[in-house]
Ligand binder design. Structure first.
Ligand SMILES: Cc1ncc(COP(=O)(O)O)c(C=O)c1O
Length: 393
């Protein structure tokens, strides 16, 4: 079937590039035409251990042979094990499992509203920030302060408010005008263009959340789980949230999301208040245990920090030769090269030259390699990127 015919099979929500991918190994993906690609897109920050990692393969086969689905009417061992690991390695005391990042944020919105409702029936407002991304269903979409995702789907849900990212003054004004149940923020925005929250901003949000008795929710779906070189991005800010949402790398490539919760927020929910048929699937959780056991290791995280600095410096050094590069941004192995123009042609040509990259917001190119990437692979990726830039600038 040619590409046009294949396109006609699907609702046209995705623009896909290139031949079908067939398999992967380490930092590389291979397509049906026999081409290989260095995967610096990582399935949009999912394949943190690269492709075909033996620990994931082993967990997949072992749990697949034992039990694939059991529902949330019963406990299952991998779910218990993963919940224990998330609690052991974070501020959280309770876990809710779901299937995606969007669902984790939907759950966190509901949890915050239920918890805050005890204080006042008016306490249901939700604050989030420009260029943040929290997902596509109505609650998460209403919290996503980017108009391009809203267009055609209005009206959004009542009670959602947006303030400019890192702007303390605007937050103060909004907090004075409504009763908030929750503040949602990405410590490092991924889809929005690789923008870091300032330490001052997150510290202010912590104090303000305490003063106004609203839940501070960190969306670490993209920037969490070792991506920035610490297990959680919040550790680098020394600001502890009340809830944290996770997904992407958590299930090692299978759909898995989680809300990590403070005890009192969790206990404001009762049986039947929220649920999902597939959330916390045994196979996804078994992979999650394998992922956590590798990523939570201090030596592994130290290497992520070193490789992140290495990639950052190499990309930053290109700025001198290419005025089209406006800035190099990010932390750990979530790095953005902000261009003066739309970088879509550069990304396409990098793909043709064997390097997969992802666009973020209007003009940023995201480098999100597996956390297991080798320095020689970073060298090769930057060389491909440089060669493409030479050709086009
Ligand atoms: C920070 C953040 N939150 C939420 C989501 C939504 O996650 P999902 O696509 O798994 O629903 C994403 C996805 O890109 C994300 O980057």
């Amino acid at each position: 079937m040619n590409t046009t015919r294949i396109d006609q099979l699907f609702v046209p929500t995705y623009k896909r590039d290139g031949a079908s991918l067939t398999h992967g190994k380490g930092s590389f993906l291979f397509d049906a035409d026999g081409a290989s690609y260095l995967d610096f897109g990582c399935g949009i920050a999912v394949n943190s251990l690269g492709h075909g990692h033996p620990a994931l393969q082993k967990a997949l086969i072992a749990q697949g042979m034992r039990l694939i689905h059991s529902s949330n009417l019963y406990f299952c061992q991998p779910q218990i094990e993963l919940a224990k690991l998330l609690i052991k390695h974070s501020f959280g005391k309770r876990i809710f499992f779901c299937n995606s990042g969007t669902e984790a944020n939907e759950a966190a919105i509901k949890f915050a509203r239920k918890w805050a409702r005890k204080q006042s029936s008016e306490k249901y407002h939700v604050l989030s920030f420009t260029d943040g991304f929290h997902g596509r269903t109505y609650g998460a979409l209403s919290a996503t302060a980017q108009e391009k995702f809203h267009a055609g789907f209005e009206p959004l849900i009542e009670g959602f408010h947006h303030a400019p990212f890192n702007d303390i003054k605007s937050v103060k004004k909004l907090l004075a005008s409504h009763q908030f149940a929750a503040i949602f923020v990405e410590p490092l925005q991924g889809e929005g263009g690789v923008n870091s929250a300032t330490g001052e901003f997150l510290a202010f949000l912590r104090t303000a959340s305490d003063q106004h008795e609203c839940a501070l929710v960190f969306d670490e779906i993209q920037c969490g789980m070792g991506r920035t070189g610490t297990l959680w991005a919040y550790e680098q800010y020394k600001v502890v949230p009340d809830m944290m949402t996770l997904a992407k790398p958590l299930g090692g490539g299978l759909p898995l999301g989680a809300v990590v919760c403070r005890e009192d927020i969790a206990l404001s929910l009762g049986t039947g208040d929220h649920g999902t048929t597939f959330g916390g699937n045994p196979v996804a959780c078994a992979l999650g245990v394998a992922v956590m056991n590798i990523i939570a290791d201090k030596r592994f995280l130290k290497e992520v920090r070193e490789k992140g600095c290495y990639l950052f410096k190499k990309l930053h050094a290109l700025r001198d030769n290419f005025p089209a590069i406006e800035a190099v941004l990010g932390n750990g192995l979530l790095i953005g090269v902000r261009m003066k123009d739309d970088p879509v042609a550069i990304i396409k040509n990098c793909r043709k030259a064997g390097l997969l990259l992802i666009k973020a917001n209007l003009n940023t190119i995201r480098f999100i390699p597996p956390l297991t990437v080798k320095k020689t692979e970073i060298d090769r990726a930057v060389a491909i990127f440089r060669d493409v830039m030479i050709k086009y600038y």
